[in-house]
Design a protein around this ligand. Sequence first.
Ligand code: GAP
Length: 437
Amino acid sequence: MEKKEQTVTMEKIVNLSKRRGFVFQNSEIYGGLASSYEYGPLGVELKNNLKKLWWKMFVQERADMVGIDGNILQSPKVWEASGHVEKFKDPLVECKKCHKRFRSDKLADPSKCPECSGPFTEEKYFSGMFKTVIGPVEKEGLVTYLRPETAQAIFVDYKNVLSSTNKRIPFGIAQIGKAFRNEITTGNFIFRTYEFEQMEIEYFISPNENWKKIFDNFLNQMHKFGELVGLDKEKYFDHNIPDGERAHYSKKTIDIEYDWLFGRDELWGLAYRTDFDLINHQKASGIDMAYTDPMNNEKYVPHVIEPSMGLDRTVLAVLSECYDEEEVGGELRTVLRLPKAIAPIKIAILPLSKKEELISKSKEVYDLLKSDYMCEYDETQSIGKRYRRQDEIGTPYCVTVDFDSLEDKKVTVRDRDTMKQDRVEISKLAEYFVEKL
Ligand code: GAP
C-alpha cells in the first residue's frame, strides 16, 4: 500500500460533499442562493456528532456548566443595548470600474481594487445584521434582527439560570444555535456564510477573579477539542487581536486561526467581554444584573469569558484534514479518516450478493446493531464500489455477510484505515464493537 502525496484541494472537498451528501448548495434548483448551504444526510450526522462531543466536553463533564436554547429572534432592545445596532458594522467600498464590493478593513491595499486596480467609492458603513419585521403589516410591525451571535440570549437569561439552578459564580452557560450575518465578503464554501451555527459559552466570573487563568484554560480546552475531532495541532495558531481590531465588547481576543486550504484564517474565537454586556443590559432594562456571593455577601456585576466556536468552520476543517487519497493495487482509494466518534455512519452492513438468504441474514445483523450505532444497510452495486463509498464517507467498519456466514454464523469486519479483515461470530458482534467504537 503506497501512500500518495497529499492532494486534497478545496474542489475535491466541495465535490465529495455534494456527491456523497454532506453539503448541498442552497436553493440549487433556482440557481442557488449565494454563500448559503444545506447539510445532507451525512452532513447532519457529522454536525450532530460534533455538537454531541462539544456538549459532552464543555457541559456534561463540567459541574460548573449548564446549557440553554435561546431564540433567534430577540426584542430589538437586546440589540440596541448590546451595541450591535450601533457598532456591528463593517466598512464597505465598491470598485468604480468593476463594481465589486469589499470590506475595506480586510484589503491589503485599500486604495485600489484588488481585482482590476480601479478606484474605490467612499467608504460606507454597512450593518452586519439581517433586519426582519414581526407582525402582519410591515409598516406597523416590530423591526428586529436575526441574531448575529447566540451570546445575547445567554446574557438576557443569566438571572433566570441563576435563580432556577444551583449554580454559583464561577459558572458558564453554553448554547448551540444558528446565527446570521449579512457578510460583505463571503465565499470559500462553508467558511463564511450568511447563516451558520455557533457553539458558544459565556463563563461568568467575579471581577476580582484571575481572568487570565480562566481564559488560558479555555484556550487549552479549545485546542483539545480540535485534536479530539481530528485537527492537526500543527495547523492552528493563536492570534492575539491587537487594540483597535477587536469587536466592540472585547478587552482581549484570541482568534484560533487555522491553515485552511485557501490560507490562514480564523477558525474559532476566545474573548474577554468583561462586564460590558451585563452592564449595558442593566442600564437599558433597569433590571439589576448584579450577583451576590452567598459566601461573603459581596455584590458585583460578573465579568465574562467567551469561547465561541463556529460549527460550520469545524466541519470544513475536519473534512479538509481527514480527506486522504492512497493508491491500492493500482487504484486510487479516497478515505475520509474521521475520528470514529464523529463518523456519520459507524458500521455499514453489506450482503456480498443480492441472494435472498444473504439479504435476510444481513438485515438480522443490521437489526442487531442499529439501536447502538448509526448503521447503513447497502445491497446496491458491487462489493468493491460499496467499500469505496464507505471509505469516502469515513465509515470506520464494514460488515460483510457472505455464503460462509450462513454456515459458520460469522461475518467479515473490514477496518477503514488498515483494510484488515476480521472474521467475527455474529453473536459476538455487539461485544466486538463495544471495544472498537
Ligand atoms: N459571540 C462572539 C462571536 O460571535 P465571532 O468571532 O464574531 O464571535 C465566532 O464569531 C465564531 O463564529 C467564529 O470564530 C467562526 O467560527 C464563526 N463565524 C463567524 N462568522 C461566520 C460566518 N459568516 N460563517 C461561518 N462561521 C462564522
